[in-house]
Design a protein around this ligand. Structure first.
Ligand code: G3P
Ligand code: CA
Length: 284
């Protein structure tokens, strides 16, 4: 009997250790204490955008080289209905052009220089198409696809769904794909089109007091509640988990911010600097 219990206990311990990695966390006195911590999912925000111009192939390639788990991509649509990767709804900040994204055709928008603003070594980087990004990275790195300002682009949910379905990526199997948006109606619409793909609701600071009822409502179409990191508390993380969702806060830009989230037991971190996420849980 004792032998059976011992074997059972050992089996449970080995199984549990498969899902945790040793972590080195500050114990408050400046020294480092070892604890068990689950693997933190590392999401490169707009690519590794601390190192290369956001939402360009250079930034996505850097994230891949840095072995992030996912690249986050902001998807919008051109005047001629092509899906492209860009964050702002104008091209002013991240290219040498001016005007709204939706005022350009694909051919026109790809004439713009999307790299020089970040550094001369990136001069000539183009705004990539969504299809180019998914064709390059499918199966190599996860894709966290944000429908950015979808209210400006009627039909964008269908276009994204078509692009994924044409490639048989709507049943991801081993391919890691998540779709998210601040526009929760758009998330709901996308989930109806792509029922096998996990979806996430993005939550800005106005969701600091999200209720359990609202979280329960989100679970009818979402698997992730991804908030601004400034509203993350232990209590919020617990309530999201109890509701049955995962939580990937955004956007970490310092090691201190990453360390704070590690201690909050979040499931993943959306960051411009993937190295901050790897630095904490893995002993260098
Ligand atoms: O993935 C979350 C994050 O990208 C949301 O904020 O403004 O950078 O798209 P934003
Ligand atoms: Ca985004």
């Amino acid at each position: 009997m004792i032998r059976k219990i011992t074997i059972l206990s050992l089996t449970v311990m080995i199984f549990a250790s498969m899902f945790t990695v040793p972590a080195f966390a500050s114990n408050g006195s400046g020294t480092q204490a070892v604890q068990q911590q689950k693997k933190m999912v590392n999401i490169a925000h707009r690519g590794a955008s601390g190192h290369a111009p956001e939402n360009t192939m250079a930034a996505f390639e850097k994230a891949f080289e840095m072995k992030a788990d996912y690249i986050e991509i902001d998807v919008q649509m051109t005047k001629d209905g092509e899906l492209i990767a860009i964050h702002d709804t104008t091209v002013n900040r991240t290219t040498n052009g001016t005007g709204s994204v939706g005022g350009y055709t694909l051919e026109e928008i790809q004439q713009l220089d999307a790299g020089s603003w970040f550094g001369q070594e990136f001069a000539g980087e183009q705004i990539p198409t969504f299809e180019e990004v998914i064709d390059t990275y499918r199966g190599k790195i996860g894709l966290l696809i944000e429908l950015k300002s979808p209210e400006l682009y009627p039909g964008v949910e269908e276009k994204v769904a078509e692009a994924l379905m044409e490639r048989n990526m709507h049943k991801p199997n081993n391919e890691k794909i998540i779709i998210q948006s601040f526009n929760h109606a758009s998330v709901q619409q996308s989930k109806a089109l792509l029922q096998n793909i996990p979806h996430g609701v993005l939550a800005g600071t106005s969701w600091a007091n999200v209720t359990d009822e609202q979280l329960a409502q989100f679970t009818t179409f979402a698997d992730f509640f991804n908030p601004n990191m400034s509203i993350v508390t232990d209590e919020l993380v617990d309530r999201v988990h109890i509701a049955g969702m995962k939580i990937y806060p955004y956007t970490v830009r310092t090691q201190e911010q990453a360390n704070n989230l590690f201690e909050r037991n979040v499931d993943g971190i959306i960051t411009d600097f993937p190295e901050y996420v790897y630095r904490h849980p893995v002993k260098n």
